[in-house]
Design a protein around this ligand. Structure first.
Ligand code: MG
Length: 175
């Protein structure tokens, strides 16, 4: 079988004085996710989905939260580094679909920027990345606005490395 599904989920408590980051895009808001890194729940969920699909492990193994190296880390860099590990094993991304749940802020006005940011980090077409914003309907910590949650599912296919290298080269030439 040369295709694999991956699933990732993450939740972060919201606190005043933190930047609200989703997929590397900052959304103006009075609170932001607490975390050892920058707290980007969507980037973390996507990273776990990709690592899981490739059978490589999970984000906590590669970037342990207790290590000073990852303090305030840019989660998009962690995502890129994890994706490079998967690509080194010959995996290519078919598509990525994500759900972000939080009461506030609203995700929709930022959705396409978030999609482009993730697609750029993964070096894929934005058309294969989708992000949906939901609310928690007042239920649980997400519903009362205390936390932000992200779920990501991806499909990977095993591709020939020469093909990937050719695509990356062509993309760089077009820039
Ligand atoms: Mg996290």
């Amino acid at each position: 079988m040369n295709i694999r599904i991956g699933l990732g989920r993450d939740i972060h408590r919201l606190a005043a004085g933190r930047r609200f980051l989703l997929g590397g895009i900052e959304i103006p808001f009075e609170k932001g996710p607490l975390g050892h890194s920058d707290g980007d729940a969507l980037a973390h969920a996507v990273t776990d989905a990709l690592l899981g699909a490739a059978g490589l492990g999970d984000i906590g193994e590669f970037y342990p939260p207790q290590e000073p190296e990852w303090k305030d880390a840019d989660s998009l860099l962690l995502l890129k580094s994890a994706w490079n590990r998967a690509r080194d094993e010959g995996w290519g991304l078919v598509n990525l679909d994500c759900v972000v749940t939080c009461e506030m802020p609203k995700i929709l006005p930022y959705r396409d920027r978030i999609r482009r940011s993730l697609a750029e980090a993964l070096e894929v077409d934005p058309g294969v990345v989708f992000v949906k914003g939901k609310t928690g309907e007042g239920l649980g910590q997400v519903g009362t606005g205390e936390a932000v949650e992200a779920v990501a599912v991806c499909l990977l296919e095993k591709v020939e490395l020469e093909k990937v290298e050719k695509e990356v080269k062509e993309k760089n030439e077009r820039k």
